[in-house]
Design a protein. Sequence first.
Length: 98
Amino acid sequence: MHTTIVHVYVKPESVDAFVAATEKNHRASVQEPENRRFDVLQDAADATKFILYEAYATAAGAVAHKETAHYLQWRETVAEMMAKPRQGIAHQGLFPVA
């Protein structure tokens, strides 16, 4: 399984709009054939910090996600909401076995 943990820092005035845009992306992403998880986490102590946990059956599935219309729309929509560039770190998922 191919996973990516994305650290996102949002401008305080953009939190609600970011959550709305990200929910839309989440709902479409979990419908992708290779998607196994797409979790959106908000820091309990700092509402401007988020983690996106994305799991795909294969690395190719993760690449295909970044070519979908819903991802491209999300990326464009949230670009100006970022307090700093988001950072995605790829991981190899060991357990559970996909």
